[in-house]
Ligand binder design. Structure first.
Ligand SMILES: [Zn+2]
Length: 252
């Protein structure tokens, strides 16, 4: 049986889709993926996300500034991206991905810079009343403390603790479960304990494939029966509720 689902986070503009982007989008549609949210991480991917959204009515863009690039980026580069986000805000369904990634950034200076830039992105989301898509790695709790008073926050590809997850839920925000749930025990535990009302699903493709090779939006379908089994509910309920949640979170 096939359900209508939404891939709430992907990167179809990345080079790994250059060879077969159109076909990958078509395969997603064939698998019941009625919408895809493509997230930018820097200047060029923000522009590419807007272009995809312009071309396909069922693909939506969020405009971001990934924390991974922040420690090494010039002030000029960062302010260029921040103004790009503001300038194009009406064409975006959300702001992000942005946040904190302390996994690969071990210096205090780099982490402070990430925090400072993240605060600026949060202020853009607040100013324009847009949902914020957070990339948080080994800093999920701090990312929540900084953003919790926004109306809508989505923790994309969440892999943090169950305690912080509960705080995200208590604050009324969303946690997006990646296709990692098909094989990672930690993500299975997250999916099991996360209330369905707060759950989104995503591929983060081309990364984190549940199958061999590259991930693609069609594979978000793999997560649905997996999550249903973990929660002891029907797959159709997982599909329908996560779709409604995504629509509500992004106003689509
Ligand atoms: Zn991503």
């Amino acid at each position: 049986m096939q359900y209508e689902i939404i891939d709430s986070h992907c990167h179809l503009d990345f080079p790994r889709f250059d060879r077969d982007r159109k076909e990958a989008i078509e395969r997603a549609r064939q698998s019941g993926v009625i919408r895809m949210i493509n997230s930018g991480i820097d200047y060029s991917t923000n522009a590419a996300s807007l272009e995809l959204a312009r071309r396909y009515g069922f693909i939506h863009a969020t405009l971001g500034l990934s924390p991974q690039m922040v420690p090494h980026a010039s002030e000029e580069k960062i302010s260029q991206i921040l103004s790009q986000i503001e300038r194009n805000i009406d064409r975006a369904v959300g702001v992000g991905e942005a946040g904190l990634d302390f996994h690969y950034c071990e210096t205090e200076v780099g982490r402070l810079k990430q925090t400072e830039v993240f605060r600026k992105v949060i202020e853009i989301a607040r100013k324009y009343g847009k949902p914020l898509v957070i990339h948080g790695r080994e800093a999920e709790d701090m990312a929540l403390q900084l953003s919790r008073d926004l109306d809508t926050v989505v923790f994309h590809c969440y892999g943090g603790s169950l305690e912080t997850m509960q705080q995200i839920v208590d604050a009324g925000h969303f946690v997006s479960v990646p296709t990692l749930v098909c094989f990672s025990e930690h993500h299975q535990s997250i999916a099991k304990h996360l209330p369905l009302e707060n759950m989104l699903i995503e591929t983060d493709s081309p990364y984190l494939s549940p199958r061999k090779g590259r991930n693609e939006p069609a594979f978000v379908a793999d997560s649905v029966p997996q999550i249903a089994a973990l929660k002891g509910i029907e797959a159709s309920e997982v599909a329908e509720t996560t779709m409604k949640n995504t629509r509500r979170a992004f106003g689509i």
